[in-house]
Design a protein around this ligand. Structure first.
Ligand code: FMN
Length: 165
């Protein structure tokens, strides 16, 4: 800890960070047992265009941690405003998160969720331990975008509420 740094409680920090509006994504991979693994993530961000790098961070206490540590392939799906229910489902425990989805197969057999605004398939470039999270820096190897004639609004997240942006 930096010298003389004031102690910020997790609640104080969470409240301040909730003022930062973000988009919403679902990140997927495949576990070593073959199971589809995924969770709702708003820590996603762009890093670099050349080379093509993105990042997101995963709570070390997540049940998904071993799958993302053991598989070097993952996919980030950027959600549309009408996919709030999907975002809630992929943040919930004790539900089959992938039920009823017509999944496609990506690089390394990772599950791809159909009909999102954009999908970025990635290979892990770096895993960085940072406090209670692991930052995954992904090298983007394939991208796809929703090309509908009528542009769809994106799903946003602000002060713990979903919104259309
Ligand atoms: C809008 C939103 C954004 C989230 N972003 C993250 C994130 O960036 N990283 C993370 O580890 N969990 C994030 N979560 C929590 C996970 O989606 C999920 O609730 C949690 O991983 C459930 O526990 P499990 O991973 O052990 O199943 C987010 C949840 C919501 C609703």
């Amino acid at each position: 800890m930096p010298e003389n740094a004031p102690l910020i409680s997790p609640d104080q920090l969470r409240a301040a960070l909730s003022e930062f509006a973000t988009g919403v994504t679902i990140v997927t991979t495949r576990g070593t047992d073959g199971s589809a693994v995924g969770l709702t993530v708003n820590s996603f961000n762009a890093v670099s265009l050349t080379p093509p790098l993105i990042l997101w961070s995963l709570d070390k206490s997540s049940r998904a941690i071993s799958a993302f540590n053991e598989n070097d392939c993952f996919a980030v799906h950027i959600l549309a405003a009408d996919q709030e229910a999907l975002a809630m489902r992929f943040a919930s425990r004790d539900v089959d998160r992938f039920a009823g989805l017509a999944l496609a197969k990506g690089m390394g057999d990772i599950p791809l969720i159909p009909d999102t605004l954009a999908c970025l398939q990635c290979r892990v470039h770096q895993r960085v331990e940072a406090g209670d999270h692991i930052i995954f820096i992904g090298w983007v190897t394939a991208v796809s975008r929703d090309e509908s004639a009528t542009p769809r609004a994106a799903l946003g997240y602000h002060r713990r509420l979903f919104l259309s942006v």
